[in-house]
Design a protein around this ligand. Structure first.
Ligand code: UD2
Ligand code: MN
Length: 569
């Protein structure tokens, strides 16, 4: 072969090799950054804790079996994790500090462009006894998904945590990462004074606050900084996506905005059509959920930071929201900025004195900001009338100094829904505001245990909430033996109730409960004849002989016939 021909052949070979590599890389990247194509459908959370999860399997790139228990050690990590942190720490630990999450932004968001000279941010994360793996994933997501020139620093404020790994290991981690600073409170201050400590140490132009169990999504920071830099009296929240406390699955939130009720509980409201300006346009929000927002640092100080008389948890979000609107600022939600947050079913910590800090903080905010409307709150909480709430004179002075408007103005102009919509006067838990999406049924039939040849049925009436399940001989004509497995992993008996397990007392037998539609305790996966309970990490198993706790239970998954089930007609 002549030299030229040989060079030509090598050339062709090299070029095609390069192309194949590039193509491979492209497919790899586009599959790992796969945008969740599912429609955003969600309902508003009843407790007002967060926009409620779209189906738990949505955007799931992580295996349903991530929480599988293999041994006692796993069980211990999972159970003590629920106890200490109120979420599945076994899965959190297994996910580690990095993981891909679905890009949950609307398709138009990709077309947004930003000024090349945005201000830089100090990200402030205050934590108390946080699960180390969740804290680390929060920090890493910020480091990895924020352009370096926009990230001035991350300030971690340890609110006097008691857990060992938050002392030694965290210290070690921080000394290896120059952009992360750690400040420790000498005593427990609560998240409100804790954030003020963080802000005191910050030197970036914009403060961005996050909870310690978040994961920021692609291009999360740019929309926030861009809006703050256009008008420094604009405070901006991202859309808070949902990370399931039981499965750690990341799923999109519907676009909703912040409101409140006369009990001074935060709640999510639908966006009124007049406020919807297009998929990328910011939405004005009467209030914020509290944990996640960006604010010009100087403006944070000018506006009076937070009320330092507020303790531990609660109420500061409404106080800041009222203050922003009433004193000349505005509060927006940037629909293209998405940050996931682990929404828990309970708060795993108390306050040092054991007092209800939410009531104390709400009293303070009502007396400073709500004028005659504080009576609306007090009439719902007569138990609080006459209760001391400390000295608020400095906050009253601040309001005077900033020449803020009246609460009536705020209601009339920023939150007119407070007067118009029905059911507004209700205190406490919210009623569902949108209908539940009906999940698609994947499989239907009798649930037969292969080992015994018997079928799983309700012990008493099929419609009895809280009822146990037992095994009886199969009767194909009996409609009360028909189970449906739907796309959310729910096992619904006779179209009525869902098979549910206790996430805290996993040794309790499964029961029939009202279907709640948010995965976790009602999420099952049927694979190779095993019925795996996603949040407990164990499999449905026949108890032989039937024990004091019933006929079936969940147990560490194995290959035995006691754990083999078939779902067929
Ligand atoms: C929501 C907010 C939260 C806060 C709260 C009302 C979101 C996503 N979260 O409750 O930020 O505004 O409403 O007060 O909007 N922490 C401390 N010291 C304490 C207690 C808590 O540092 O004494 C930390 C905690 O580790 C966490 C953050 O404060 O990082 C918020 O606490 P949370 O996650 O229990 O509050 P959450 O999300 O229920
Ligand atoms: Mn939180």
């Amino acid at each position: 072969m002549s030299l030229t021909v040989r060079f030509f052949c090598y050339g062709v070979l090299l070029t095609s090799l390069t192309w194949s590599l590039l193509l491979l890389l492209y497919f790899h990247l586009s599959s790992s950054h796969n945008r969740s194509s599912q429609p955003i459908s969600g309902i508003l959370d009843r407790r007002g804790a967060g926009p409620r999860a779209a189906p738990a399997n949505q955007g799931a790139e992580q295996s349903a079996e991530m929480g599988m228990i293999f041994n006692e050690r796993d069980q211990e990590v999972r159970d003590s994790g629920y106890h200490r942190h109120a979420f599945n720490v076994l899965i959190s630990n297994r996910l580690g500090p990095h993981r891909p999450i679905p890009d949950t932004r609307g398709p138009q968001c990709a077309q947004q462009s930003f000024s090349p000279s945005l201000p830089s941010a100090s990200v402030v994360i205050c934590f108390f006894n946080e699960a180390f793996s969740a804290l680390l994933r929060t920090v890493h997501s910020v480091l990895e998904r924020t352009p370096p020139e926009l990230l001035h620093e991350i300030i971690l404020v340890d609110d006097h945590s008691e857990l060992d790994d938050l002392k030694g290991e965290l210290q070690q981690y921080v000394s290896s990462e120059p952009r992360v600073k750690l400040v420790r409170n000498e005593k427990r201050e609560g998240l409100i004074r804790g954030r003020m400590v963080g802000a005191q140490h910050a030197t970036g132009e914009v403060l961005v606050f996050l909870d310690s169990h978040c994961e920021v999504n692609v291009l999360w920071m740019e929309p926030l900084l861009s809006l703050v830099s256009t008008d420094r009296r604009t405070v901006v929240c991202p859309v808070i996506d949902i990370i399931s406390a039981d499965t750690l699955t990341y799923s999109p939130s519907p676009i909703v905005r912040g409101g409140f009720n006369w009990g001074l509980h935060f709640r999510w409201d639908p966006v009124p059509p007049s406020e919807l300006g297009g998929a990328t346009k910011p939405i004005r929000s009467p209030t914020m959920a509290g944990g996640l927002f960006a604010m010009d640092r100087q403006y944070f100080h000018e506006l009076g930071q937070y009320d330092p008389g507020m303790d531990i948890w609660g109420g500061e979000n409404l106080e800041l929201s009222f203050r922003i609107w009433m004193c000349g600022g505005q509060l927006l939600i940037a629909p293209c900025s998405r940050v996931g947050h682990i929404f828990r079913k309970r708060r795993p910590y108390g306050s040092p004195g054991g007092t209800d800090t939410m009531a104390h903080n709400s009293l303070r905010l009502a007396h400073v900001w709500m004028d005659e409307y504080k009576d609306q709150f007090l009439s719902l909480r007569p138990d609080l009338i006459g209760r001391s709430f400390g000295d608020v004179s400095e906050r009253v002075q601040l309001r005077r100094r900033l020449q803020c408007r009246s609460f009536k103005w705020f209601l009339q102009n920023i939150y007119p829904e407070m007067f118009s919509s029905a059911g507004q006067k209700k205190n406490g838990p919210m009623v569902q505001q949108r209908p539940l999406r009906r999940p698609r049924i994947l499989q239907r039939g009798q649930l037969k245990n292969v080992g015994s040849g018997l079928c799983l049925v309700a012990q008493g009436r099929t419609s009895q909430k809280g009822g146990a399940v037992v095994l009886r001989s199969c009767d194909p004509r009996d409609q009360d033996q028909v189970w449906a497995l739907d796309e959310d992993g729910q096992l619904v008996l006779a179209g009525l109730l869902c098979l549910d397990v206790s996430e805290v007392r996993t040794s309790d037998p499964p029961r029939l409960m009202k279907c709640h539609g948010s995965g976790g305790s009602q999420q099952w996966s049927l694979k190779s004849h095993r019925l795996y309970q996603v949040s407990v990490g164990q499999c449905l198993s026949l108890q032989e002989p039937a024990g004091p706790k019933g006929y079936v239970s969940v147990a560490i998954c194995n290959q035995s016939e006691a754990q083999q089930w078939s779902l067929e007609v």
